[in-house]
Every structure is written in C-alpha cells, then in structure tokens.
Design a binder for this molecule. Sequence first.
Ligand SMILES: [Ca+2]
Ligand SMILES: [Ca+2]
Ligand SMILES: [Ca+2]
Length: 372
Amino acid sequence: MILQTSNIDSDKPFTAVSGWFKTFLTMALIAFTAASTNAAPGNGKDKGKTKGPAVPTITAPLVIAQGSTNVTFNVDGDTTGGRAYRDPATATFSGSGVTVENVTVNSESSLTLEVSIAPAAIVGDRTITITNPDGQFETSTAPIIYIIDLPVINTAAISPSPTVDTTQDITVAVTSVTNLDGSTVIYSYQWLENGAATGITTNSLSASATTSGATYTCVITPSKGSFQGPAFTTDSITCVIDGDGNLLNDQWEIENFGSTSIDPMDDPDSDGLPNQSEYLFGLDPNNSNSNSIIQSTLDPVTGEFSYSRPANDIQGVSYKVWTSEDLINWTERTVVETPTNNNGKSKTVVANVGSDLVAQNSKLFIRVGAEW
Ligand SMILES: [Ca+2]
Ligand SMILES: [Ca+2]
Ligand SMILES: [Ca+2]
C-alpha cells in the first residue's frame, strides 16, 4: 500500500532521483514485510523480523486443585511459521488466583512451568499467555490447566438415630457437600468402634459387627478423581447395652440364644444358675458344666483365689468379695485383683484377701457378688 502512495516527482529526470527512490522502495518493502508477518497464524503481535513465541499447547488441560503449591508441568508449543519460545519467557494465566512461580524454556517448543493456585481461585479452565523477552506474546487457543476444588463434606447423617441396638444395621449418608465444579464425588468410609478402625469400609455397618455398649463413628473421605477432600467424622452413636430392659446384655443374649428378650431367671441348662448369674460371671448359660465362678480355691498361705467374670466389664456392675468364718457373719474385703482375658468372652480374676487374714483363721469362706 505504501508503494502506491509514493510521491515521486514525475517532472524530474528519473536518474536524478534514482538513489532516493531506491531508498524509499527499500523502506516500503520492509514495512510491507512487517505487515504480512502480523497476519500470520497465532494471536500475538510480532514486532520486527523476529517471530513471536510458539503457540502454547498441551495434550489435555492439567487438573490442579485449589490451594496447590509449586506444581510443575510442561507446556508444548506450536512453532508453525518459525515461532519459538525464547529465554527468558514469562507466563500468565487467564483469570486470577494462578501464580507463576517459574518458567523454564527447554527449547523453542517446550516450557516447564511451576505454578501455585490460590485456595479460593475460581474453578474452571484457564488459558496461558507466553511472552518472549522481546515483548511478543501468544495465548493458547485451548485451556492449559483446569482448576478443581476439593470436595468438602458439611454434614452426614447416621441412622437409626438417636439410639441403636445390636439387632440394627447402622448406615451413614452424606447430606451436604460443597462441590463447586459439580464433578462426581466419590466417598470412602471407615467405621470406628470406640475410636479404633474396624476395617469395615462400606456406608453400612451390619448389626452383626456391632457390640452392645460400643460407640461408633464413621470417617468419610470425599474425592473427585485423584483429588481428596478433607476427611469428615460423623457424630458418634452408641449401641444400647440392654435395649429390651431385661438386665441381660443384648449382645450376650444374641450370642447365646440368637435373640433378645430372654428370661433372666430361666435356667435352660439346669445347672442351678439363672441366666442372669451366668451372664454376670461370664459363664455359659447353655452348658451345665459351666456352673462355678470359682476357678481356684483360697490359698491358705497367700490368701489368693480366682473367679470368672465377663471379658468386658459390664457398665454399672461392680464385683465385691466377702469373707466369713461361720457362713453367718460376712465382712466385705478390699482385694487386689488381676484379671486375665481367657477367650474374649470371659476372664479369670486372681484376687487376694491377704496372707494375714488367712493366717489368722483356721477356716475362711469366700463369697463373690455382683452389684449394680
Ligand atoms: Ca437385654
Ligand atoms: Ca444355668
Ligand atoms: Ca451354665
């Protein structure tokens, strides 16, 4: 275009102005070449003869979570038309909340970026603009990164609630989660019994896995793909010990009879001990040979004897020891007790009334009772 606007004086001999004309023509050609370069592929603004940076590309946008720091990744470059990344190039991302910590020019078509994402950065796609040292820049035509939020569980409900017994499954459901980008959230579960992991990792804890008197919580971890949100711990729920109110632990009833609401005064094994006594002293209510709480009799020298109790202490129940010389007058004794778990169901308690006491008496009777 500039060539057509040249103001050559046609009255002057051509040879007289030839040098000036050639100079003008050369300048015009340079200007024309520059204009042609600006129209080349890419959306940057080339200046002068040097081509702008390669056009940033990536196979698929890199997913980075809000709050991530110092994440490094490579960005390729389309070098069509002679474009190239030049060192030291700089980079910026669309939107806010993305800090470019470092740019390394690996080659004319490869960069390594290090970025940090603000915790509250808006989720979604971001394009990148690379600027060469000469000020020319190119913006990617497709997203280079995708900012994802970590899912956060706000509330979860346990059912049944507020009470549960050992005949009921316990289930948990997330009732509120913050998930800004709407991606599918997957939950993983870990049930805790009295604070210890059970290894049960479904959203339901079966009744057979629960124990009377134990307290349960569930730790739920939300995730989107490989991105995990913070773990959420539910409220706790405690299995009632005696939901049917017959003074027998419901769990013990189920283990021994398959159901609750057993008559505590019944004696199905005819050993003279009602179910309640069998329960309180860790005996087998269906075995007539399991009929004595005394495991070893009183040692006349040391004052030691042993008796059986349930493996797990019964809430609200205490055991007391009395001694008597005549089976008429009984004296409660403070004893030193050492329990040893037998099989998870009962334990042997070694008790000692004291060597002095046994030394003072030619005969001594022992009585052990349960109180609640
Ligand atoms: Ca019961
Ligand atoms: Ca019995
Ligand atoms: Ca028995």
